[in-house]
Every structure is written in structure tokens, then in C-alpha cells.
Design a protein around this ligand. Structure first.
Ligand SMILES: *Cc1c(COP(=O)(O)O)cnc(C)c1O
Length: 378
């Protein structure tokens, strides 16, 4: 068995903490000292800083990425009898809030190259939908230009699931660069610990350029209250903790560096893994700049390669092993194997290699060597 020191985790949260330990400790202590644990000034500061980072007019802190999606749907009036189009290849949290609203997810097949929602499949499946939620999967923006044009033609609002895509960018036809979260009514971000910007627990945010929508979201996340004990509407308890906001504000100061490191490491993986075995490396999409939340390859030998890497102490993983339309949780919707073939192929073949900003060149070389060794044997 590999020793602990030789283990390469999928993400190294401890390395990220140690890199900014003193500042993070001081920021947390300041909140403990002032005891403004709910809606402290650090929440508003983080919201302002994250809006600036994303190039959005407003950011609203929330309790999680899932809560962010739910709040967007609630603010948009999604309710019983409605259907919402979501990709079939994503984390279940893209679809769950649809179900919480009493609405039904309509699963859309994905692009074979990127794994993101396929605009042509959306076009075939958008009629009558109340909303569309594309996912910027693995940190790469979905094809927002095509998706927006399909949705606009159908008169259906779009909400981005940007849980994996803090700082990801779309380059428009006219050369302007737009960050994830500005291509729709509003975008849901997650600050789950392992995300590109991760808190020390559950946390999230919504970005929007619509002031009225932002105001509704602020009510909804906090019991519908304008002032304490004065409630405009029936809301939720989905606030961002002050302690998490304080941690996130420190970590946000190095997020550009983190995303740059992820891109460099991804480029190095691309160069070393291209042509190895039957691997498909992530596609080059120059107009949709990924922040590589995950580095995901595809192979027909996925399970054997995963077992080989795990035995060598390399904690590769699968995102995600079952497409949503075939999950037991959604069995009642009546989808069958074969209904969404591209999503099913992704689930069967995708493999996430470890990637995090603090990864060393030696660690990356070891991963590449083990992948190559697997295919040499095969
Ligand atoms: C992480 C994630 C979510 C949910 O975020 P939480 O903060 O864990 O609730 C939603 N969608 C996608 C694509 C995610 O990766």
C-alpha cells in the first residue's frame, strides 16, 4: 500500500488552508470576537467582492449552491405543474430544487465533447418549459450563446448553474469577455469546500444584473423579511453564515491565482496525456475558458484505470457515475436506458484526475506515469 505521504488526494483542502492560514485564522477570530454570526458586515463585504470578481451587478450570499438554485426558481415563480429543463449529466443538486418547487425536471442530453447541455437537444425539448438551467460543467461554460438563442426564441428564462465555474469566461463573437453568471437572469454559485472557491462548510451565492430580482432574492433567503419581524413574503432560511463569508473573503483574494494554476496544470495534463491509450482529453474550447474545477478524461477502460490509480494512492474519482434520468430518485419520471445516450456514455466513461492549485509538478508527473503504466500493461 502507498504510504500516506505518497497519497495524492482529489483536492487538498489542507494545503489551501495552510497557504493562507494566518489571514484566515484572523478573519474567523474577528467574527468570533464581534459575535455578529448572522448577517454580519463580512457577508455584505463578501457579496461586494464576489460581484466585482464575477463582473456582476449584484451578489447575494446563500446557505449553499443548492439553496441558490432553489431561491432563483422560487423568485422566478416556478411552481407545481411547471417543468424545468436541466442537463442529465450533472450533480443531482441541479435538479432537486426543481422538485422542491413541486415542478418536474425535464432531462436534456449533453454534448459529447464537453458534457454540457446540448443546445440542439434543448431545442427539441424546450417547448412548454418554465425555465432552463444549463450547467458550466467541470468549470467550462456551457454553450451559452446557442442556449440563450434557443431559450430566447422559446421565451423561456435561463438560470446558470455556475457551482463549478467561479471566474470561467465566455468570449463573445464581438470579442468581449463575459464571466460565468452574466449570461442569464441569475447564476447559482456554490462555495462547498472542494469548489474553486470553497468555504469551511456549506455556503453559496447568486449573481444577477437585475436589481429587482436581487431584492427579491434578499427577501427570500431571509424569511421574506425587510426588517426584523416584518415579513414581505414567505421566505426561507438560506443565509450565508458570517464566519463562512469571512473565510471566503480571504480565499477570494487568491482565486485568480488558483484558477490560473488550474489552467496551467490542465495544459500540462493535456500535453502529457494526449494520445495515451484510448484517452479523450478535455476539448479545447477557446471561446469558453474553463477554470478546471475538475480535469475529466474519458476512456473505455474507466473502471480498471480508476482501480489502478487508487491502488497507487492516487484518488481519482467519477463525476458522475449515473445520469440523472436513470437515478432511483427520479425513477417515477419513467425515463429508460437509451433515452439520453450521450449522458449515459459520459457516466460510463468519465474519470476525474486529481487537480488542485497546490499540486506539485512531481505529483502531476506521478499521476501521468501511472496512467501511462496502466495503458502500457493493457
Ligand atoms: C456543488 C454543486 C451544486 C450544489 O452546491 P452545494 O453548495 O453543494 O449545495 C450544484 N450544482 C453543481 C453542478 C455542483 O457541482
Amino acid at each position: 500500500m502507498p504510504t500516506n505521504a505518497n497519497r495524492i488526494p482529489l483536492v487538498d483542502l489542507r494545503a489551501a488552508y495552510l497557504r493562507q492560514k494566518d489571514e484566515i485564522d484572523a478573519a474567523m477570530q474577528a467574527v468570533v470576537d464581534n459575535t455578529r454570526f448572522i448577517q454580519g458586515r463580512e457577508v455584505a463585504e463578501l457579496e461586494e467582492a464576489f460581484a466585482a470578481f464575477s463582473g456582476s451587478g449584484h451578489a447575494i450570499g446563500t446557505g449553499s449552491g443548492t439553496a441558490s438554485i432553489h431561491l432563483c426558481l422560487a423568485a422566478a415563480g416556478v411552481g407545481p405543474g411547471d417543468e424545468v429543463a436541466v442537463p442529465a449529466h450533472t450533480f443531482i443538486a441541479t435538479a432537486e430544487p426543481v422538485t422542491w418547487r413541486g415542478a418536474t425536471p425535464r432531462f436534456i442530453d449533453v454534448d459529447p465533447d464537453t458534457g454540457c447541455m446540448d443546445p440542439d437537444a434543448l431545442k427539441a425539448g424546450i417547448d412548454g418549459a418554465k425555465a432552463v438551467i444549463p450547467v458550466h460543467l467541470y468549470g467550462r461554460p456551457a454553450d451559452m450563446e446557442a442556449i440563450t438563442s434557443v431559450a430566447t426564441a422559446a421565451g423561456v428564462p435561463v438560470f446558470e448553474d455556475a457551482a463549478q465555474a467561479h471566474g470561467a469566461e465566455v468570449v463573445n463573437a464581438d470579442g468581449t469577455v463575459v464571466r460565468a453568471g452574466n449570461y442569464s437572469v441569475a447564476a447559482a454559485f456554490s462555495f462547498y469546500p472542494g469548489k474553486n472557491l470553497g468555504a469551511f462548510g456549506d455556503a453559496g451565492a447568486i449573481t444577477t444584473n437585475d436589481e429587482e430580482f436581487a431584492a427579491t432574492l434578499r427577501f427570500l433567503r431571509d424569511h421574506g423579511s425587510v426588517r426584523k419581524y416584518e415579513h414581505m413574503m414567505v421566505g426561507f432560511a438560506d443565509r450565508l453564515d458570517t464566519l463562512q463569508a469571512a473565510v471566503l473573503a480571504v480565499k477570494l483574494t487568491t482565486l485568480e491565482w488558483c484558477n490560473q494554476r488550474r489552467r496551467e496544470l490542465a495544459a500540462a495534463f493535456d500535453a502529457s496525456l494526449r494520445g495515451v491509450g484510448d484517452l479523450t482529453i478535455p476539448p479545447a474550447t477557446p471561446n469558453r475558458r474553463s477554470v478546471y474545477h475538475l480535469y475529466v478524461v474519458r476512456t473505455g477502460h474507466r473502471d480498471a484505470l480508476l482501480a489502478h490509480l487508487r491502488a497507487a494512492g492516487i484518488e481519482a474519482s467519477i463525476h458522475y457515475p449515473y445520469p440523472l434520468h436513470l437515478q432511483p430518485a427520479y425513477a417515477s419520471l419513467g425515463y429508460r436506458r437509451g433515452d439520453l445516450p450521450q449522458a449515459e456514455a459520459w457516466a460510463a466513461e468519465c474519470l476525474s484526475l486529481p487537480l488542485y492549485p497546490e499540486m506539485t509538478a512531481q505529483q502531476q508527473e506521478r499521476i501521468v506515469a501511472e496512467v501511462a503504466a496502466f495503458f502500457d500493461k493493457a
